[in-house]
Design a protein around this ligand. Structure first.
Ligand SMILES: O=C(O)C(=O)C[C@]1(C(=O)O)C=C[C@@H](O)C=C1
Length: 289
């Protein structure tokens, strides 16, 4: 049985993804995303599952930054889950949910529901919590406070709360991608619907040379290699210094992908492979309310 570190407590969206992909393994809840990765580095867990991108809110910067700057781990798989956000309150406060004094959740979940909050709970302060389930747990533990959590229906069940508004995320197509991280390069496969192969690399450009990003992109373009995502993040060495994280829409092959890497290196770029892996869909059965 493997130990899987995830952003806890029980019933986060990450927990749902982990339960689907690793039904027979031990789930180890962590308080933060960096802690999930550190657990693997320190041998307290075999794998970590961490959110990387949400369809409405974009990249989870904390994940990319910790992976690049602090945690020497390999991406061995990807899980994509549908995300349904609901408004949860303690049963004592259900009738007067419109009078809540605060709305608690993970910052990404709050951001996914801005239009709802603006429309239905205008001016009510939000409070960032370490996860959606942590918000639900807090609401459960403070029945004397008229407050609400943004979280999923499993959290409502787990923490004895009432769903007073369903599907409060601002756009219908709400999905989050999670990375499975390991200290080893073991290839992971799951009996789940597959979304395809992928290779994630980090490219650092040679200092301030005109056209270098164009040249990097050209190495993929003329080989007909499709890119799914490119994003820049600060190198944290000074203003204007960035690295690029690039998702190539296929696993490393024998010729084309290594050829693109060699060409980028010849251009003076530093190329690091974060992983070459398969993606899977999880949470396809809509959760009960
Ligand atoms: O708080 C949770 O439930 C999480 O699993 C974290 C997280 C995230 O960081 O993006 C995961 C999925 C949702 O997009 C909202 C929050």
């Amino acid at each position: 049985m493997r130990k899987i570190a995830f952003l806890g407590p029980a019933a986060t969206f990450t927990d749902i993804a982990v339960s689907d992909a690793f039904p027979d393994d031990e789930r180890i809840p962590c308080v933060t995303i960096p802690e999930c990765m550190d657990f693997v580095l320190e041998g307290k867990a075999d794998l970590a599952v961490v959110p990387i991108e949400n369809a409405l809110e974009g990249t989870v910067n904390m994940t990319i930054d910790h992976l690049f700057h602090e945690a020497d781990l390999t991406i061995v798989g990807e899980l994509t889950a549908p995300i349904q956000q609901h408004l949860l309150v303690h049963p004592d406060h259900a009738p007067q949910w419109k009078e809540v004094g605060r709305v608690l959740s993970h910052p990404h979940a709050i951001a996914q529901c801005h239009k709802f909050l603006n429309r239905e709970l205008y001016g009510i302060p939000t409070q960032q919590m370490t996860s959606t389930a942590a918000a639900a747990k807090y609401v459960n533990e403070h029945p004397e406070q008229c407050i609400a959590a943004i979280a999923n229906s499993l959290s409502a069940e787990e923490y004895g709360l009432v769903v007073v508004q369903t599907d409060i995320h601002d756009y219908h197509f709400n999905h989050t991608r999670f990375l499975v991280l390991s200290k080893t390069h073991e290839e992971l496969t799951f009996p789940l619907p597959q979304t395809g192969g992928k290779t994630t690399i980090v490219v650092t450009l040679p200092t301030d040379r005109p056209g270098s990003l164009h040249q990097v992109l050209a190495t993929f373009a003329w080989r007909n290699l499709n890119l799914e995502k490119i994003e820049s993040r600060p190198l944290k060495t000074g203003l204007g210094n960035y690295f690029f994280i690039i998702d190539v829409a296929q696993r490393i092959d024998d010729v084309l992908v290594p050829g693109a890497f060699a060409e980028m290196e010849a251009l003076g770029c530093k190329v690091q492979v974060l992983g070459s892996y398969y993606g899977y869909e999880v949470g396809q059965t809509p959760s009960k309310i």
